[in-house]
Design a protein around this ligand. Structure first.
Ligand SMILES: [Zn+2]
Length: 533
């Protein structure tokens, strides 16, 4: 054998790293060799024994697996923002969309159901029907991140029965089951629910158990935005665990939080104990969380659920009818005593209401000289539902208590977007993962760096059953993040949310350098992930 043949070769050799491998094991100093998108060697690599097309000196910075975002809504944005700046610039290399009951597929070919789905999910081309076809479209778009999706229960329910507020008939249940099975065969990682949103909120527990019984055959999860995250959060966790127990599906509680002031400091102690007890019983229960005091959703979530029956047009008609509006105003205000001032506009579609972005409902109501509930309803009407809110409803003590649990991982609840995305989105879009590392791990000292990285890599990979990502190990896909632990900062905040994070030196997706020092390289090496393929 000649000397040349005995030398290994690779595309990239990253030398002098502190390797945090994603398992939560202590970091170790070493090198990583990448070839054809895979990690081919880790540990101490003699540069003489390896010919590398490119060698990177990590200068003793940390190298972690690319972050896996188990909770994203990028299925609605990735076709438009394929470079996914908000994700790769914070180190996210893989994300799972279709959360909170809302997935972009399957789409019913019936035109009224298709219109209902469009009202539910927002504007998209919808040049697909099945979940598999939707994933094909993403693949053709060539995104910069790896993308997989869940199938939303709300989407299934719309395809079967629109926005009807009732129990499904036997044949409608069969439509949902068939579509669920097909979507799981097409590679969905989970079925998700959004039990605060119509039409998901119209489903009773037994409907969810019956559907969830299908999930274990496909190794898919039940992921839930629970029925209530405020005064009744404990009951909501109880329902989610019951669905898990009765169906045998693995449960992921999405964006766990408590949004009810009198429950602060208490409710999450109960819910975390319930999760622990369920696990002791043998139920595979975990949760995820984003690291901010404010949540973000559609502004119409402040309107009582009964007003959505029959779909968005029916809602608009009810908001226009003075008598119905008076009733909605009364109910809505009752739930928001002293809270309208905590709810800010994050996004509007129209130019004319752009002035409301960044202002609270209370301020907008004062400017317009109307009741706060009316200010909220008018915006929903004028924007035809295309208005998002940022809602400050949580406390730091709870965020830290939940985050410290070994059963809680990181999930952004954000989307793949670019810097030109309109409005003022929640900073979680661009900053979630560096915020956990910099603020909660480094500055607040809640846990070790190894634990922080595990919560965003090895843990979600294991939960989702992604076997070739989430760890730095020979044979794994080369999704990697190189960062400076002293400098990493979640620069995006509520005032200026669209910014790259600081301290992230390099991000590789499938072995391709995709971000460097806060700049996107233009690379688009993301892959579509299909469960079971
Ligand atoms: Zn949600």
């Amino acid at each position: 054998m000649t000397q040349k043949e005995s030398r290994g070769c690779c595309d990239v050799l990253i030398r002098n790293c502190r390797i945090v491998d994603g398992t939560a094991a202590p970091w170790y100093r070493g090198d990583v060799a990448v070839k054809d998108g895979y990690i081919i060697k880790t540990g101490k690599i003699d540069p003489e024994s390896f010919s590398a097309a490119k060698t990177v000196d990590a200068c003793d910075c940390y190298l972690a697996p690319g972050f896996i975002d188990i909770h994203s809504h990028s299925d609605t944005t990735l076709l438009k923002y394929r470079l996914a700046e908000s994700r790769v610039l914070q180190g996210v290399t893989t994300e799972i969309g279709g959360n909170c009951g809302m997935s972009s597929a399957p789409v019913s070919p019936e035109s009224d159901k298709k219109a209902d789905l469009e009202a539910y999910m927002g504007e998209m081309p919808y040049n697909w029907n099945s979940l598999g076809e939707f994933l094909d479209r993403i693949e053709e778009a060539a995104p910069s991140v790896n993308f997989g999706t869940a199938v939303g229960h709300g989407t299934l329910r719309i395809a079967a029965m629109g926005f009807d507020n009732r129990k499904p008939a036997v044949d409608e249940m069969n439509v949902m089951k068939d579509l669920l099975r097909r979507s799981l065969r097409d590679g969905a990682f989970a079925m998700t629910t959004g039990l605060i949103y119509p039409p998901g909120c119209y489903a009773k527990t037994d409907e969810l158990i019956e559907l969830s019984k299908i999930l274990p055959e496909y190794g898919a999860l039940y992921m839930t935005h629970m029925r209530e995250e405020g005064a009744h959060v404990v009951d909501s966790v109880r329902e989610a665990i019951e669905i898990c127990r009765q169906s045998g599906a693995s449960l992921e509680i999405s964006h766990h939080k408590v949004t009810y002031k009198p429950g602060w400091g208490k409710s999450c102690r109960t819910t975390l104990t319930m999760i622990e007890e369920a696990r002791r019983e043998g139920l595979d229960v975990t949760a995820d969380q984003y690291p901010y005091r404010a949540s973000s959703t559609t502004m119409d979530s402040n309107i009582p659920q009964w007003a959505f029956e029959g779909g968005m047009e029916a809602l608009f008609d009810r908001l226009k009818d003075p008598e119905t509006r008076a009733k909605l105003r009364e109910e809505s205000n009752a739930g928001h005593i002293g809270r309208w001032g905590d709810i800010y506009v994050g996004y509007v579609l129209s130019e004319k209401n752009m002035w409301t972005v960044g202002k609270s409902i209370e301020e907008i109501a004062k400017t317009r000289g109307v009741d706060p509930a009316d200010a909220c309803f008018d915006l929903v009407l004028e924007e035809r539902g295309n208005v998002d809110e940022i809602n400050f409803g949580m406390c730091e003590e709870d965020i830290e208590y939940i985050m410290k649990s070994p059963y809680v991982m990181t999930g952004s609840d954000g989307k793949s977007v670019s810097f030109d995305y309109p409005g003022r989105p929640h900073p979680r879009y661009f900053g979630t993962f560096p915020r956990v590392i910099s603020h909660y791990c480094r500055d607040r000292g809640l846990f070790t760096l190894e634990t922080a990285i595990h919560k965003m890599t090895g843990m979600p990979a294991a939960k989702l059953g992604i076997e070739d990502r989430g760890l730095i190990k020979e044979g794994m896909r080369a999704d990697l993040v190189l960062f400076d632990f002293d400098k990493i900062t979640d620069t995006p905040d509520f005032a200026r949310p669209k910014q790259p994070c600081e301290g992230i030196k390099q991000v590789y997706v499938n072995g391709v350098l995709t971000a460097e020092n806060g700049k996107h390289t233009g690379a688009a090496a993301g892959m579509v992930l299909r469960k079971g393929r």
